[in-house]
Ligand binder design. Structure first.
Ligand SMILES: C[S@@+](CC[C@H](N)C(=O)[O-])C[C@H]1O[C@@H](n2cnc3c(N)ncnc32)[C@H](O)[C@@H]1O
Length: 217
């Protein structure tokens, strides 16, 4: 991708991230959910090719990799929210081969493509399902690691399904440096997460935090 397109990707993504953290109620707006579903379902068949044009694998997945390197001990159960066609899902599976990895997305078409890839790759303990990140069909505290890459942050639900002491990871491949730290810090503190770290990686950032072992504030 040339530098102008990269600049455009960074500025657009930065504004979307700012809005999604500063106005979380917007993420639950039914019209917003319909829009997301339609846009990404339309994009699903060409989604992988699109990402290949955005940059090298190292550029796109750099922030995710930086975030995963901070996750210890290795998780048993991982949830990859808004997984799309599984770009992050397969990477997480490669990093934690023994973990059960559950991938979920709002768009049925995205999930269908991921399921097809799973069948073809025989990749191991990976599971795909269709659901809204803001209303997950899991009980409280089921996962050791909950993550999402380049997607809206449904923080309350992510924290609910995370076990006490578990890790949360948000990876954004393209962000203007320093432009979103304030809104992210405020939201993370608001939901009671600890050990927040926002690290620059590649053209983006990795945001990691931990659910406290005791009661949430
Ligand atoms: C830019 S794509 C990122 C996909 C994938 N995480 C990746 O890194 O390639 C955003 C994804 O978020 C999904 N999405 C948007 N809103 C969602 C929601 N409320 N619940 C679950 N998935 C959602 C879309 O369907 C789309 O697959």
């Amino acid at each position: 991708m040339n530098s102008f397109k990269k600049f455009l990707a960074k500025t657009t993504a930065t504004q979307l991230i700012r809005v999604s953290f500063s106005r979380p109620a917007l993420l639950e707006n039914p019209a917003f959910l319909i829009l997301m579903n339609r846009v990404f379902s339309a994009m699903a068949p060409s989604y992988d090719r699109l990402w290949q044009r955005m940059g090298t694998e190292a550029e796109v997945l750099g922030p995710l990799e930086a975030g995963l390197s901070r996750v210890a001990p290795p998780p048993d159960w991982v949830l990859d929210l808004a997984c799309g066609t599984g770009l992050a899902t397969f990477h997480v599976h490669g990093s934690f081969l023994k973990a059960q990895v559950v991938a979920a997305d709002l768009s049925e078409r995205m999930v269908r493509i991921l399921r097809q890839k799973l069948e073809e790759s025989d990749a191991g303990p990976l599971h795909a399902l269709c659901c809204h990140s803001g209303a997950l069909p899991f009980g409280a505290g089921c996962f050791d690691l909950v993550l999402t890459q380049n997607a809206p942050p449904y923080l309350e639900e992510m924290v609910r399904v995370l076990r006490p002491g578990g890790s949360l990871l948000l990876a954004y491949s393209f962000v203007v440096p320093g432009a979103v730290h304030g809104v992210i810090r405020k939201r993370f503190t608001g939901v009671g997460l600890e050990d927040l770290e926002i690290a620059a990686a590649g053209h983006g950032i990795a945001v990691t935090a931990r659910r406290p072992r005791g009661e949430l504030r």
